[in-house]
Design a protein around this ligand. Structure first.
Ligand SMILES: Cc1cc2nc3c(=O)[nH]c(=O)nc-3n(C[C@H](O)[C@H](O)[C@H](O)COP(=O)(O)OP(=O)(O)OC[C@H]3O[C@@H](n4cnc5c(N)ncnc54)[C@H](O)[C@@H]3O)c2cc1C
Length: 328
């Protein structure tokens, strides 16, 4: 491991100041970053611990919720308002990692966690994300877990987070602060597709800190859920996952819907084409399946991951049917 300094930020301005040091990185729970440092994939010279910054979960009168970036994943999943008004988020978090890891992991760190592509972790393999311009061994390698949407010839890795899939469906907003001041981005704009620079994974500017994630008010999210398909029942990343919320009219038509996929792309994939296809139409399995087909029309399988396309369609149709039937 490369030697590094450790400092604990007392407040946001101090964190931003400390992060100006060369090769500095923010440290959340360390459940991803420290592993990557041990593996020699990341080598920051300075760690700025931001776990002492806002952990608050603020329930606002307008129905929105502001979650501090330092809030632990467990605290978010256990929050009564999130469990009842945004169950998709609580379920997505609880579908990830283990109790011990969720107790350590923060919201900010979850957003910034890095891919689980095996070639990214294998220093003997070529990886444009780890070493820009070196190539991608996943393209012709064993690529069962890789992306079918939005990939590029430079990178076919997927984003590993469950929480972020729920946040994408909920239209969450990421609040940022850096030397240039404060700004916010929608979660779906925060993560990037790989293009020619898969090493640049988000729109975060150098030294910028994630300060909070906001859930806008969305009353129909009370009818929402998360379904994760994986190789093992626990402690495994998603092959495919679906976050969905459904609002039905009295006559059973779809008034509004939110849908996002995990495990399919370099970023959480908000299924806007499927949502559009569903609004104003019938809430039945045939329509759900057709909407999923519309979303996945542009999917491009690699040698080993074609099964994900059918799996994603079935998982979306089953999840929406479950919600339409009144189950969560
Ligand atoms: C064995 C194992 C299994 C797992 N399974 C799952 C799973 O099934 N689903 C899932 O979603 N996740 C899973 N995880 C990942 C886990 O959720 C992440 O490791 C965790 O969310 C990262 O949070 P952290 O606070 O520990 O981040 P850290 O490891 O501290 O940091 C991660 C990155 O975020 C940056 N960062 C941290 N906070 C901020 C901030 N406020 N602003 C800007 N940058 C910041 C750091 O610089 C670093 O680059 C698993 C992890 C392990 C180890």
């Amino acid at each position: 491991m490369i030697p590094f300094t450790y400092s604990r930020a007392e407040d946001v301005p101090a964190a931003i100041r400390l992060a100006c040091a060369p090769q500095a990185k923010y440290l959340g729970g360390g459940t991803n970053l420290v592993d990557l440092m041990r593996e020699g994939i990341e080598g920051p010279h300075a760690l700025v611990d931001v776990t002492g910054l806002s952990r608050a979960i603020e329930h606002r009168p307008d129905g929105s919720v502001l979650i501090g970036a330092g809030a632990k994943n467990t605290a978010v999943a256990m929050d009564e308002v999130i469990r009842t008004r945004f169950p998709v988020l609580a379920r997505a978090i609880l579908a990830g990692a283990s109790g011990q890891i969720r107790n350590m992991a923060t919201v900010g760190g979850n957003l910034l966690q890095r891919t689980r592509c095996t070639y990214f972790y294998d220093e003997a393999a070529r990886c444009n994300k780890r070493q820009p311009g070196s190539g991608c061994d996943a393209l012709e390698g064993f690529n069962r877990i890789h992306a079918v949407l939005g990939a590029s010839p430079a990178c076919v890795a997927t984003h590993p987070s469950d929480m972020c899939v729920a946040l994408a469906a909920l239209g969450a907003i990421v609040h940022l602060e850096g030397e240039g001041g404060a700004r916010s981005l929608s979660l779906t704009d925060f993560h990037r597709l790989p293009g020619g620079r898969p090493d640049i994974e988000t729109e975060l500017r150098p030294g910028e800190l994630v300060t909070a994630v906001e859930l806008p008010a969305l009353p129909f999210a009370a009818r929402s859920t998360y379904r994760k398909v994986r190789d093992r029942a626990s402690y495994a990343f998603a092959l495919v996952s679906v976050a969905a919320a459904l609002d039905l009219d009295g006559d059973g038509t779809v008034k509004d819907v939110r849908l996002a996929f995990g495990g399919l792309a370099h970023k959480p994939w908000r299924a806007l084409a499927a949502e559009k296809a569903l609004r104003g139409g019938p809430a039945n399995e045939k329509a759900f399946r057709a909407a999923a087909e519309a979303e996945l029309a542009g999917a491009a399988p690699l040698r080993d991951n074609g099964f994900k396309i059918e799996l994603a369609k079935r998982t979306a149709a089953a999840t929406l049917s479950q919600l339409a039937g009144g189950l969560q």
